[in-house]
Design a protein around this ligand. Sequence first.
Ligand code: P6P
Length: 339
Amino acid sequence: MSVEAPIYSENSLPVNIQEHLRTEQRMHPEATGALTSILTDLSRVAKSVSYLVNTAGLCDSYGQTGRVNIQGESVIKLDARANEQFKQILKSNPNVAGYASEEEDTFVPFNKDNRGKYIVWFDPLDGSSNFDTNVSIGSIFSIYQRKSPESRLVEIDDFLQKGEEQVCAGYFLYGTSTMFVYTTGHGVFGFTLDPSVGEFVLPNGYSEIKTPEIGKIYSVNEANINKWDQGVVRYINDLKTRADNPCSARYVGSLVADFHRNLLKGGVYLYPRDSKNPNGKLRLNCELNPLAFIAEQAGGMATDGHNRIMEIEPRELHQRNQVVIGSKNEVELFEKYLS
Ligand code: P6P
């Protein structure tokens, strides 16, 4: 049976990413088009990564590179390839002055005549350890205006800004379909890749994504329960056993997949600190801040149990943090259990 192209209404095609960004630009006169060009470039690479993820079983993308990154994680070929592709396209964009990534030991200045006013943080392929079992994985990015003068190369402080300084954040989810979700602080929008035309389109028209205030899902690796603070244990037990709206457990082990499902259906993802990860496992700059920006723009919350994630002052590039992120009601409850 042939796979039919999506059926669009006769008189109008769905909004694609370029049209959407042009409309957004018209709605915000301060926009210069620089972010539009960066997002357009990122969506182009994401299509290539999506193809590689979806055809990995047919070629040798599963292989290991034999390298271990600064996180102490073994690097598969597609990690390295996704990182290189995102880095190269940003290097070619005149608006971008530098790049930092989970896969890079330190930040990467782009030596260009006109250095550009933005820097970009990336987790190029999060959850890639799930990749060879066909589990959804994702790419996460965060865009800041540089603080250093454009006459100079970027400096480390350009990459150690609080999450509330972000001008844009988003992720690509390579799942049953490939999605692109982003915010520039004016709401959250989710695009779906239409492989029949190779474009990201807004299937539901211009609708913003809002997350339910009360969640019914919790996502955590309960194998770590004996390493958690007691307040966390009591919190999880409350979510399971509360009389009204007890939660279900859903944990893919791939942050973008778990986050995206909870964003749409309502719920929380948490990675508490434990005896093995005394500051939590997830990275503040390339994972938590971008997802916190999206969660808050969708009406949710993101904290470390005491502080709003986007107000944490980063001290180092690959800083890790405890996190609970998602529906407002369950994030506030976590803070009560830790107070
Ligand atoms: P654990 C993947 O390595 C990742 O960074 C996230 O995508 C995922 O949520 C988490 O780690 C899984 O960690 O310790 O539960 O296997």
